[in-house]
Design a protein around this ligand. Structure first.
Ligand code: XBP
Ligand code: MG
Length: 266
């Protein structure tokens, strides 16, 4: 990939990953819904946090199910049967996930909502570049931004819109195409090594907010890495001095303008 050099380009768009970045949906939503789907389908599988953390290297819920079946003696033997079961469980998981979120919203991560509002007020465009299904993005965001949440996003690219999921760069390339901008006009916001790799492979500078499952992961080539946008502490590179306690759009623009690559080995 092209290593971004110092640049005085104006930032035009923020491209948001969803799961783990906007909210802790993997920890607090998807895993629980997968387990509920197993139970609803009469299957006695259960994914605990440790196992689910390991499975997260497989992006896409259906793909994750298929991968898990390769290590189970009680999974169907034939590929067609496995595929049918994965489709059934995945659809059920997504239904239960939506029900779960309608009953108890998963909060947006600290600092996310003010940043979304600040970016829109400053005339930046927002995009979504996610592996998850569109219905899951809807289930999450309607609870926070209202039923017209999608009108705030100029590009929404989800799992069903791509042939190859992250870490493949397709989702980012499609989002850039929809926005008619170049990769260096945007910043991607990600929480996982696979997501960050997808953005980098599309040449989009990436900022990492580590989520629960990726606290100790290695990230290469981000322009900034930190715990979450609600706190200015713990970021690398450190943001400039400010009266604010959260990460602001000015900080993101600062990292984008400098575009020094930060590599962090856990
Ligand atoms: C995360 C994923 C998804 C979710 C589950 O996507 O890999 O597969 O775990 O959603 P991202 P689906 O971080 O890019 O938002 O079951 O709809 O795949
Ligand atoms: Mg993610």
């Amino acid at each position: 990939m092209t290593v971004p050099a110092r640049s005085d380009r104006r930032l035009k768009a923020l491209l948001w990953d969803v799961d783990g970045t906007l909210a802790e949906t993997e920890r607090d939503g998807h895993r629980i819904a997968f387990n509920a789907a197993f139970a609803a389908c009469g299957i006695d599988w259960r994914w605990d946090e440790t196992h689910y953390g390991r499975l997260l290297h497989v992006t896409g819920g259906r793909e994750r199910l298929l991968h898990d079946m390769t290590g189970r003696h009680d999974a169907p033997a034939l590929a067609d049967e496995r595929d049918a079961l994965a489709r059934k469980l995945h659809a059920q998981k997504n239904r239960l996930y939506a029900e779960q979120l309608a009953a108890h919203a998963i909060p947006l991560r600290d600092g996310v909502e003010p940043l979304l509002r600040e970016a829109l007020a400053a005339g930046l465009r927002l995009g979504i570049a996610t592996t998850t299904s569109r219905s899951n993005v809807d289930a999450l965001l309607r609870g926070h931004l209202g039923p017209r949440w999608a009108t705030h996003f100029a590009a929404i690219v989800c799992g069903e819109d791509v042939a190859h999921k992250k870490p493949d760069p397709e989702v980012y390339r499609k989002a850039l195409e929809a926005l008619r901008i170049g990769p260096l006009d945007a910043v991607a916001i990600e929480d996982s090594p696979g997501g960050a790799a997808a953005a980098r492979a599309a040449d989009v500078p990436v900022i990492v907010t580590r989520s629960a499952y990726f606290q100790a992961s290695t990230f290469e080539g981000a322009i900034a890495i930190g715990p979450h946008f609600g706190d200015r502490r713990g970021w690398k590179p450190a943001p400039a001095a400010s009266a604010e306690s959260r990460i602001t759009l000015a900080d993101i623009e600062g990292w984008h303008a400098q575009m020094d690559i930060v590599s962090q080995v856990a």
